[in-house]
Design a protein around this ligand. Structure first.
Ligand code: MG
Length: 396
Protein backbone atom coordinates (compact mmCIF):
# COMPACT_ATOMS: atom_id res chain seq x y z
CA UNK A 1 0.00 0.00 0.00
CA UNK A 2 2.17 2.81 -1.17
CA UNK A 3 0.45 5.99 -0.23
CA UNK A 4 0.72 8.85 -2.59
CA UNK A 5 2.06 10.82 0.35
CA UNK A 6 4.85 8.32 0.96
CA UNK A 7 5.85 8.19 -2.68
CA UNK A 8 5.74 11.92 -3.10
CA UNK A 9 7.79 12.41 0.04
CA UNK A 10 10.46 9.98 -1.15
CA UNK A 11 10.66 11.46 -4.63
CA UNK A 12 10.72 15.04 -3.46
CA UNK A 13 13.40 14.41 -0.87
CA UNK A 14 15.56 12.58 -3.39
CA UNK A 15 15.42 15.67 -5.50
CA UNK A 16 17.07 17.52 -2.63
CA UNK A 17 20.14 15.28 -2.27
CA UNK A 18 22.92 14.57 -4.73
CA UNK A 19 22.67 11.19 -6.49
CA UNK A 20 25.81 9.90 -4.75
CA UNK A 21 24.23 10.50 -1.36
CA UNK A 22 20.92 9.00 -2.45
CA UNK A 23 22.65 5.79 -3.48
CA UNK A 24 24.30 5.32 -0.10
CA UNK A 25 21.19 5.56 1.95
CA UNK A 26 18.01 7.37 2.65
CA UNK A 27 17.20 7.30 6.35
CA UNK A 28 14.19 8.28 8.42
CA UNK A 29 11.62 6.63 6.13
CA UNK A 30 10.41 3.07 6.79
CA UNK A 31 10.16 1.47 10.23
CA UNK A 32 13.64 1.39 11.88
CA UNK A 33 15.75 -1.74 12.59
CA UNK A 34 14.60 -3.87 15.49
CA UNK A 35 15.75 -6.89 17.48
CA UNK A 36 15.27 -9.35 14.59
CA UNK A 37 15.55 -7.04 11.58
CA UNK A 38 18.98 -5.41 11.18
CA UNK A 39 17.78 -3.15 8.39
CA UNK A 40 15.09 -0.50 8.40
CA UNK A 41 12.10 -1.09 6.10
CA UNK A 42 13.07 0.24 2.64
CA UNK A 43 16.69 0.63 3.76
CA UNK A 44 19.08 1.87 1.09
CA UNK A 45 21.98 0.45 3.11
CA UNK A 46 20.69 -3.05 2.33
CA UNK A 47 22.74 -4.51 -0.57
CA UNK A 48 21.30 -4.46 -4.07
CA UNK A 49 20.62 -7.94 -5.50
CA UNK A 50 23.43 -9.19 -7.75
CA UNK A 51 22.87 -9.28 -11.49
CA UNK A 52 22.21 -12.67 -13.10
CA UNK A 53 21.66 -12.94 -16.85
CA UNK A 54 18.52 -14.98 -17.53
CA UNK A 55 17.94 -17.28 -20.47
CA UNK A 56 15.58 -16.10 -23.24
CA UNK A 57 11.84 -16.48 -22.76
CA UNK A 58 10.64 -20.05 -23.32
CA UNK A 59 7.03 -20.03 -24.52
CA UNK A 60 6.69 -23.80 -24.22
CA UNK A 61 7.83 -23.95 -20.61
CA UNK A 62 5.56 -21.04 -19.72
CA UNK A 63 2.40 -22.77 -20.96
CA UNK A 64 -0.20 -23.77 -18.40
CA UNK A 65 0.03 -27.49 -17.61
CA UNK A 66 -3.11 -29.60 -17.62
CA UNK A 67 -5.28 -29.01 -14.59
CA UNK A 68 -4.09 -25.43 -14.16
CA UNK A 69 -6.66 -22.65 -13.82
CA UNK A 70 -6.03 -20.08 -16.55
CA UNK A 71 -6.75 -16.59 -15.21
CA UNK A 72 -5.67 -14.69 -18.31
CA UNK A 73 -4.89 -16.13 -21.73
CA UNK A 74 -4.33 -12.88 -23.58
CA UNK A 75 -7.90 -12.46 -24.78
CA UNK A 76 -10.44 -9.76 -23.93
CA UNK A 77 -12.93 -12.51 -23.04
CA UNK A 78 -10.53 -13.95 -20.50
CA UNK A 79 -9.98 -10.50 -18.97
CA UNK A 80 -13.69 -9.77 -18.54
CA UNK A 81 -14.54 -13.32 -17.42
CA UNK A 82 -11.89 -13.58 -14.70
CA UNK A 83 -11.05 -10.05 -13.53
CA UNK A 84 -12.81 -7.05 -12.08
CA UNK A 85 -11.96 -3.67 -10.56
CA UNK A 86 -10.70 -3.95 -6.98
CA UNK A 87 -13.41 -1.93 -5.32
CA UNK A 88 -16.74 -2.44 -3.63
CA UNK A 89 -19.15 -4.26 -5.89
CA UNK A 90 -18.26 -6.06 -9.07
CA UNK A 91 -17.39 -3.49 -11.69
CA UNK A 92 -15.42 -4.26 -14.84
CA UNK A 93 -11.82 -3.14 -14.75
CA UNK A 94 -10.65 -0.12 -16.72
CA UNK A 95 -7.40 -1.87 -17.55
CA UNK A 96 -7.21 -2.34 -21.31
CA UNK A 97 -6.20 -4.99 -23.82
CA UNK A 98 -3.11 -4.29 -25.95
CA UNK A 99 -1.44 -6.80 -28.25
CA UNK A 100 -2.50 -9.86 -26.32
CA UNK A 101 -1.73 -8.35 -22.93
CA UNK A 102 -3.74 -6.42 -20.35
CA UNK A 103 -2.32 -3.03 -19.52
CA UNK A 104 -2.77 -1.04 -16.37
CA UNK A 105 -4.65 2.18 -16.96
CA UNK A 106 -2.89 4.53 -14.53
CA UNK A 107 -5.25 5.89 -11.92
CA UNK A 108 -7.94 3.27 -12.56
CA UNK A 109 -7.10 1.23 -9.48
CA UNK A 110 -5.99 -2.30 -8.73
CA UNK A 111 -7.47 -5.25 -10.56
CA UNK A 112 -8.47 -8.51 -8.88
CA UNK A 113 -9.57 -11.99 -9.84
CA UNK A 114 -13.22 -12.85 -9.38
CA UNK A 115 -12.08 -16.22 -8.07
CA UNK A 116 -10.34 -16.51 -4.72
CA UNK A 117 -7.69 -19.08 -3.88
CA UNK A 118 -4.96 -19.75 -1.34
CA UNK A 119 -1.86 -21.95 -1.51
CA UNK A 120 -0.80 -22.22 -5.12
CA UNK A 121 1.76 -22.44 -7.85
CA UNK A 122 1.29 -19.25 -9.83
CA UNK A 123 2.67 -18.18 -13.19
CA UNK A 124 2.57 -14.51 -14.18
CA UNK A 125 4.22 -12.63 -17.03
CA UNK A 126 4.66 -8.88 -16.92
CA UNK A 127 6.37 -6.18 -18.89
CA UNK A 128 7.40 -2.70 -17.83
CA UNK A 129 6.84 0.08 -20.36
CA UNK A 130 9.40 0.20 -23.17
CA UNK A 131 9.65 3.95 -22.74
CA UNK A 132 11.76 4.34 -19.62
CA UNK A 133 10.41 7.01 -17.32
CA UNK A 134 11.03 7.75 -13.66
CA UNK A 135 13.51 6.33 -11.18
CA UNK A 136 13.56 3.92 -8.30
CA UNK A 137 9.97 3.05 -7.32
CA UNK A 138 8.62 5.37 -10.00
CA UNK A 139 9.72 3.21 -12.96
CA UNK A 140 7.38 0.49 -14.19
CA UNK A 141 5.88 -0.16 -10.79
CA UNK A 142 3.06 -2.63 -10.23
CA UNK A 143 2.75 -5.67 -7.99
CA UNK A 144 1.41 -9.19 -7.73
CA UNK A 145 -0.61 -9.42 -4.51
CA UNK A 146 -1.02 -13.01 -3.36
CA UNK A 147 -4.44 -13.43 -1.75
CA UNK A 148 -4.57 -9.64 -2.08
CA UNK A 149 -2.26 -9.44 0.96
CA UNK A 150 1.36 -10.22 0.08
CA UNK A 151 3.02 -8.14 -2.61
CA UNK A 152 5.64 -9.66 -4.85
CA UNK A 153 7.00 -6.47 -6.31
CA UNK A 154 6.79 -5.70 -9.99
CA UNK A 155 9.24 -2.96 -10.96
CA UNK A 156 11.56 -2.06 -13.82
CA UNK A 157 14.90 -2.59 -12.10
CA UNK A 158 16.75 -3.49 -15.28
CA UNK A 159 19.03 -0.51 -14.81
CA UNK A 160 17.35 1.16 -11.91
CA UNK A 161 18.49 0.82 -8.31
CA UNK A 162 15.95 1.09 -5.55
CA UNK A 163 15.79 0.09 -1.91
CA UNK A 164 16.51 -3.65 -1.89
CA UNK A 165 13.31 -4.76 -0.17
CA UNK A 166 11.31 -2.95 -2.86
CA UNK A 167 13.21 -4.50 -5.77
CA UNK A 168 11.40 -6.46 -8.50
CA UNK A 169 10.51 -9.89 -7.05
CA UNK A 170 11.04 -8.70 -3.49
CA UNK A 171 8.50 -9.68 -0.89
CA UNK A 172 7.74 -6.00 -0.63
CA UNK A 173 9.21 -4.38 2.43
CA UNK A 174 10.38 -7.74 3.77
CA UNK A 175 12.81 -9.68 1.63
CA UNK A 176 14.91 -8.54 -1.33
CA UNK A 177 15.27 -10.99 -4.21
CA UNK A 178 18.42 -13.14 -4.31
CA UNK A 179 19.22 -11.83 -7.78
CA UNK A 180 18.30 -9.30 -10.41
CA UNK A 181 17.45 -11.56 -13.35
CA UNK A 182 15.30 -9.06 -15.22
CA UNK A 183 15.10 -8.60 -18.95
CA UNK A 184 15.07 -5.08 -20.42
CA UNK A 185 11.86 -3.03 -20.15
CA UNK A 186 9.37 -3.85 -22.90
CA UNK A 187 10.29 -7.54 -22.76
CA UNK A 188 8.10 -9.90 -20.76
CA UNK A 189 9.38 -11.27 -17.47
CA UNK A 190 8.28 -14.75 -16.44
CA UNK A 191 7.52 -15.11 -12.78
CA UNK A 192 6.82 -18.48 -11.16
CA UNK A 193 5.65 -18.35 -7.57
CA UNK A 194 4.93 -21.01 -4.97
CA UNK A 195 2.88 -19.67 -2.11
CA UNK A 196 1.81 -21.15 1.22
CA UNK A 197 -0.15 -19.11 3.69
CA UNK A 198 0.79 -19.38 7.38
CA UNK A 199 -1.18 -21.80 9.53
CA UNK A 200 -2.50 -20.58 12.85
CA UNK A 201 -4.11 -22.76 15.48
CA UNK A 202 -5.61 -21.36 18.66
CA UNK A 203 -4.06 -18.01 17.86
CA UNK A 204 -0.54 -19.44 17.53
CA UNK A 205 1.45 -19.78 14.31
CA UNK A 206 2.13 -23.50 13.95
CA UNK A 207 3.56 -23.24 10.44
CA UNK A 208 4.85 -20.02 8.88
CA UNK A 209 3.86 -18.98 5.39
CA UNK A 210 6.41 -19.33 2.60
CA UNK A 211 6.97 -17.96 -0.85
CA UNK A 212 9.36 -19.16 -3.52
CA UNK A 213 9.83 -17.13 -6.70
CA UNK A 214 11.65 -17.81 -9.95
CA UNK A 215 12.22 -14.77 -12.15
CA UNK A 216 12.92 -15.75 -15.75
CA UNK A 217 13.91 -19.19 -14.51
CA UNK A 218 16.30 -17.86 -11.83
CA UNK A 219 15.53 -18.59 -8.18
CA UNK A 220 15.04 -15.22 -6.48
CA UNK A 221 13.01 -16.11 -3.39
CA UNK A 222 14.01 -19.39 -1.75
CA UNK A 223 11.19 -20.35 0.61
CA UNK A 224 11.17 -16.85 2.05
CA UNK A 225 9.25 -16.88 5.30
CA UNK A 226 6.19 -14.66 5.24
CA UNK A 227 5.89 -12.48 8.25
CA UNK A 228 2.33 -11.44 7.43
CA UNK A 229 0.68 -9.23 4.86
CA UNK A 230 3.04 -6.68 3.32
CA UNK A 231 2.73 -2.91 3.57
CA UNK A 232 4.50 0.28 2.65
CA UNK A 233 7.06 1.73 5.09
CA UNK A 234 5.88 -0.59 7.86
CA UNK A 235 7.00 -3.97 9.17
CA UNK A 236 4.82 -6.87 8.10
CA UNK A 237 2.77 -7.93 11.09
CA UNK A 238 2.48 -11.68 11.65
CA UNK A 239 -1.09 -12.89 11.82
CA UNK A 240 -3.52 -15.43 10.42
CA UNK A 241 -4.75 -15.11 6.87
CA UNK A 242 -8.07 -16.26 5.47
CA UNK A 243 -8.04 -19.56 3.58
CA UNK A 244 -8.42 -17.84 0.23
CA UNK A 245 -8.32 -14.40 -1.32
CA UNK A 246 -8.29 -12.85 -4.78
CA UNK A 247 -5.09 -12.35 -6.74
CA UNK A 248 -4.59 -8.63 -7.19
CA UNK A 249 -2.41 -6.65 -9.57
CA UNK A 250 -1.35 -3.18 -8.56
CA UNK A 251 -2.00 0.13 -10.24
CA UNK A 252 1.00 2.20 -9.20
CA UNK A 253 0.58 4.77 -11.92
CA UNK A 254 2.58 3.01 -14.63
CA UNK A 255 1.17 1.24 -17.72
CA UNK A 256 2.62 -2.17 -16.85
CA UNK A 257 1.34 -5.04 -18.97
CA UNK A 258 0.47 -8.62 -17.98
CA UNK A 259 -0.15 -11.79 -19.95
CA UNK A 260 -0.29 -15.58 -19.49
CA UNK A 261 -1.47 -15.88 -15.88
CA UNK A 262 -2.38 -19.29 -14.47
CA UNK A 263 -2.23 -21.17 -11.20
CA UNK A 264 -2.45 -24.63 -9.72
CA UNK A 265 -4.02 -24.92 -6.28
CA UNK A 266 -1.70 -26.63 -3.78
CA UNK A 267 -2.61 -28.63 -0.69
CA UNK A 268 -2.35 -26.74 2.55
CA UNK A 269 0.75 -27.14 4.68
CA UNK A 270 0.97 -29.60 7.53
CA UNK A 271 -0.50 -29.55 10.10
CA UNK A 272 -3.61 -28.46 8.23
CA UNK A 273 -3.77 -31.87 6.58
CA UNK A 274 -1.02 -31.14 4.07
CA UNK A 275 2.58 -32.09 3.48
CA UNK A 276 6.05 -30.66 4.08
CA UNK A 277 7.54 -32.12 7.19
CA UNK A 278 5.97 -34.12 9.99
CA UNK A 279 2.32 -33.61 10.80
CA UNK A 280 1.09 -32.96 14.28
CA UNK A 281 0.35 -36.17 16.19
CA UNK A 282 -3.38 -35.41 15.98
CA UNK A 283 -3.39 -34.87 12.21
CA UNK A 284 -1.19 -37.95 11.64
CA UNK A 285 -3.51 -40.11 13.78
CA UNK A 286 -6.52 -39.01 11.74
CA UNK A 287 -4.72 -39.72 8.46
CA UNK A 288 -3.48 -43.14 9.67
CA UNK A 289 -7.03 -44.16 10.55
CA UNK A 290 -8.19 -43.10 7.08
CA UNK A 291 -5.47 -45.15 5.40
CA UNK A 292 -6.24 -48.18 7.59
CA UNK A 293 -9.96 -47.90 6.77
CA UNK A 294 -9.18 -47.87 3.02
CA UNK A 295 -6.98 -50.97 3.35
CA UNK A 296 -9.62 -52.80 5.40
CA UNK A 297 -12.27 -51.97 2.81
CA UNK A 298 -9.97 -53.45 0.14
CA UNK A 299 -9.33 -56.50 2.38
CA UNK A 300 -13.08 -57.13 2.73
CA UNK A 301 -13.30 -57.60 -1.03
CA UNK A 302 -10.71 -60.37 -0.83
CA UNK A 303 -12.53 -62.34 1.89
CA UNK A 304 -12.58 -66.04 0.94
CA UNK A 305 -12.71 -68.80 3.60
CA UNK A 306 -11.10 -71.24 1.15
CA UNK A 307 -8.14 -68.89 0.53
CA UNK A 308 -7.85 -66.67 3.59
CA UNK A 309 -4.30 -65.38 3.12
CA UNK A 310 -5.03 -62.60 0.59
CA UNK A 311 -7.37 -60.93 3.06
CA UNK A 312 -4.98 -61.77 5.91
CA UNK A 313 -2.06 -59.85 4.41
CA UNK A 314 -4.09 -56.69 3.84
CA UNK A 315 -5.58 -56.83 7.33
CA UNK A 316 -2.12 -57.37 8.82
CA UNK A 317 -0.86 -54.36 6.83
CA UNK A 318 -3.68 -52.20 8.15
CA UNK A 319 -2.55 -52.86 11.72
CA UNK A 320 0.58 -50.77 11.47
CA UNK A 321 -1.49 -47.76 10.45
CA UNK A 322 -4.10 -48.26 13.14
CA UNK A 323 -4.22 -50.73 16.02
CA UNK A 324 -7.54 -52.59 16.25
CA UNK A 325 -7.99 -55.49 18.69
CA UNK A 326 -10.68 -57.30 16.67
CA UNK A 327 -8.56 -57.23 13.52
CA UNK A 328 -5.44 -58.23 15.42
CA UNK A 329 -7.32 -61.24 16.80
CA UNK A 330 -8.50 -62.22 13.33
CA UNK A 331 -4.97 -61.87 11.94
CA UNK A 332 -3.52 -63.98 14.75
CA UNK A 333 -6.19 -66.66 14.34
CA UNK A 334 -5.59 -66.88 10.58
CA UNK A 335 -1.82 -67.16 11.07
CA UNK A 336 -2.25 -69.77 13.79
CA UNK A 337 -4.57 -71.87 11.60
CA UNK A 338 -2.09 -71.62 8.71
CA UNK A 339 0.71 -72.99 10.88
CA UNK A 340 -1.53 -75.77 12.27
CA UNK A 341 -2.38 -76.77 8.69
CA UNK A 342 1.30 -76.79 7.73
CA UNK A 343 2.04 -79.26 10.48
CA UNK A 344 -0.55 -81.67 9.04
CA UNK A 345 1.11 -81.80 5.61
CA UNK A 346 3.26 -84.58 4.22
CA UNK A 347 6.92 -83.74 3.61
CA UNK A 348 6.23 -83.37 -0.09
CA UNK A 349 3.22 -81.13 0.46
CA UNK A 350 5.18 -79.07 2.95
CA UNK A 351 8.07 -78.57 0.54
CA UNK A 352 5.60 -77.12 -1.99
CA UNK A 353 4.66 -74.51 0.60
CA UNK A 354 8.25 -73.35 1.19
CA UNK A 355 8.11 -69.90 -0.43
CA UNK A 356 4.64 -69.13 0.90
CA UNK A 357 5.61 -70.11 4.44
CA UNK A 358 8.84 -68.10 4.33
CA UNK A 359 6.90 -65.06 3.16
CA UNK A 360 4.51 -65.40 6.10
CA UNK A 361 7.50 -65.80 8.41
CA UNK A 362 8.97 -62.51 7.09
CA UNK A 363 5.67 -60.71 7.58
CA UNK A 364 5.29 -61.98 11.17
CA UNK A 365 8.90 -61.01 11.86
CA UNK A 366 8.21 -57.49 10.59
CA UNK A 367 5.04 -57.16 12.65
CA UNK A 368 6.88 -58.37 15.77
CA UNK A 369 9.77 -55.95 15.12
CA UNK A 370 7.33 -53.07 15.13
CA UNK A 371 5.37 -54.36 18.11
CA UNK A 372 2.17 -55.04 16.16
CA UNK A 373 2.29 -58.65 17.41
CA UNK A 374 4.23 -60.12 20.30
CA UNK A 375 7.68 -61.51 19.49
CA UNK A 376 6.68 -64.80 21.18
CA UNK A 377 3.35 -65.13 19.35
CA UNK A 378 2.93 -68.91 19.08
CA UNK A 379 2.28 -69.02 15.31
CA UNK A 380 5.45 -67.02 14.74
CA UNK A 381 7.65 -69.21 16.90
CA UNK A 382 5.98 -72.35 15.46
CA UNK A 383 6.66 -71.21 11.90
CA UNK A 384 10.26 -70.28 12.77
CA UNK A 385 10.73 -73.83 14.07
CA UNK A 386 9.29 -75.46 10.93
CA UNK A 387 11.58 -73.36 8.72
CA UNK A 388 14.56 -74.26 10.89
CA UNK A 389 13.70 -77.97 10.89
CA UNK A 390 13.31 -77.94 7.10
CA UNK A 391 16.58 -76.01 6.75
CA UNK A 392 14.81 -73.62 4.37
CA UNK A 393 17.09 -70.71 5.16
CA UNK A 394 20.14 -72.62 4.05
CA UNK A 395 21.71 -71.11 0.96
CA UNK A 396 22.02 -73.54 -1.88
MG1 MG B 1 4.44 -2.31 -6.42
Amino acid sequence: MKTLFGLTTLCSLFALVPASEASTGYPFYGDPPDATHPWAVHDWNRPQPPRVEPQPYDAVKAKAPTGAVVLFDGSAESLSANWEADQNGHEPTKWVMKDGAMECTPGSGYIRTKETFGDCQLHVEWSAPTKVQGESQGRGNSGVFLMGLVEIQVLDNYNNPTYADGFACSVYGVKPPLANALRPPGEFQSEDITFHRPIYQDGKCTQPGWVTVYCNGVLVQDRAQLEGGTGHMVRAKPGPMPETGPLKLQDHGNPVRYRNIWYRPLPSQAPAGGYNGPMTAEAAAVKRKEIAADIRAAAAKLANPEKPMAEFYRLAESLYYDKDQAILTKVEQTASQYVINLKLLSTEQLTAKKDEAKHLRDVLKYLARWQVIDADFSAKTGLDQIIKDQNWDKRN
